[in-house]
Ligand binder design. Structure first.
Ligand SMILES: [Zn+2]
Length: 398
């Protein structure tokens, strides 16, 4: 009988069924609601800091010296922002604990004790506090200099900051959370480096990340630029069969070879420009309507970080389907690249079903377009089975 990709796909998807399938669907569908709840909580907490005068009071404190004279605008911002971000972080902490710790444990996705999780959360909060403070201090300087056209400067600062973060993250940030150890010589290392050489990826080592300390999820990446190029896979992936490891690593190499990070930064620059243009036009109206009551009415007050946060949260939520589709399109490209390189469609299908542990396997088409930043399991298995159907009879296909 001829090989039928649709039938083969159905057979693969049927391997995850019953309670395991129901749990995966519930976890992922819960995420749709969380998208809206997270935004609503951010807006409500930020609104409260304005409505009750906390943002105005913090800003008044940050902007004055002991003798009552005004501080320089950049110093004002650098004192106000960390204090304000810490305040809103503490106000939303109970929700963050439920969402990131309790819920992940309920679904068996986290392996961490509470103290271990809390320690890492403290590091992440600190990094976020420093990064957002520096970023918005820069944006606020652009706002003061060009009260109408600052959105251009803000876009430049944001994309430069993001590119810098992506560049230093593998060296400076990731080691704060995990250990990277060289994978010892063996068939997996040989196979991965062979695929890398064949595809022009300048890496001489493969690193293993001890992600099982935090999570049961499988992941890998090819990160860095030029001399800092680094191939890494996590220890959850290393426990899988060799062909499945090859299938995943070939996908990750696809992101590198296809220049996905650079392309994504260009797309994000366009999106950031649109977001900031919206904020630049909406902010004066918001301040005119509510500013007097908040005690935050002037663009040269760094406390406008609060209303800017509200506007950005709304705009981000509206752009989520577009953002997801950008990423998902790159993921489909990397899937096809990976199939061409690893030539292991059955192993790729097996991994796609395993990822279905926390990503609903069979969504409707609109559901996938709006909420999925990776292809669904069904899309991935079908892609693999169609690839297989076109390569039947070739002796190296696995
Ligand atoms: Zn990917």
């Amino acid at each position: 009988m001829a090989f039928d990709p649709e039938l083969a796909t159905r057979a693969w998807l049927a391997t995850l069924s019953g309670p395991a399938r129901a749990r995966s669907d519930a976890y992922f569908e819960g995420g749709y609601l969380l998208l809206f709840v997270d935004a609503a909580i951010t807006i409500a907490v930020t609104w409260a800091t304005l409505r009750f005068g906390w943002a105005a009071r913090l800003s008044a404190w940050a902007g004055r010296r002991r003798d009552g004279s005004a501080r320089r605008p950049a110093v004002h911002a650098l004192r106000f922002l960390p204090a304000y971000i810490l305040l809103t972080t503490l106000l939303t902490l109970p929700w963050a604990i439920w969402e990131q710790f309790v819920r992940e444990h309920d679904y068996g996705l986290s392996t961490q004790s509470f103290p271990a999780w809390a320690g890492e959360a403290a590091i992440a909060i600190t990094i976020n506090l420093v990064a957002v403070t520096l970023l918005f201090t820069g944006i606020h300087a652009a706002i003061r200099r060009a009260p109408r056209d600052w959105w251009l400067g803000a876009t430049g600062i944001t994309i430069a900051g993001l590119a810098f973060f992506i560049l230093i993250a593998p060296v400076v940030v990731e080691p704060l959370f995990n250990r990277y150890t060289p994978l010892p010589a063996g068939p997996v290392r040989t196979a991965v480096l062979s695929m890398a050489r064949a595809n022009g990826i300048p890496a001489e080592n493969v690193f293993v990340v001890d992600a099982s300390r935090q999570t049961t999820r499988i992941s890998a990446n090819v990160a860095g630029l030029g001399a800092t190029t680094r191939i890494a896979l996590n220890d959850n992936l290393l426990k899988q069969p060799p062909d499945e490891i090859r299938a995943v690593m070939a996908h990750e190499m696809g992101h590198y070879v296809l220049g996905h990070v650079t392309k994504l930064l260009v797309a994000l620059a366009i999106l950031a420009a649109l977001l900031f243009l919206f904020v630049a036009r909406a902010l004066p109206a918001l301040l005119a309507r509510f500013g007097a009551g908040w005690g935050v009415a002037r663009l040269d007050d760094p406390a406008i970080f609060a209303p800017v946060t509200i506007l950005l949260t709304i705009a981000f939520l509206a752009l989520t389907p577009l953002f997801n589709t950008l990423i998902r399109t790159q993921e489909i490209e990397a899937d096809r690249f990976g199939l061409n390189v690893a030539r292991a469609p059955e192993a790729f299908a097996s991994i796609a079903v395993k990822l279905g542990q926390y990503r609903k396997l069979e969504p409707g088409p609109w559901e996938e377009a709006v909420f999925y930043d990776h292809p669904s399991g069904r899309t991935r298995v079908l892609t693999a089975m169609r690839w297989k159907a076109e390569h039947l009879g070739q002796s190296d296909i696995r």
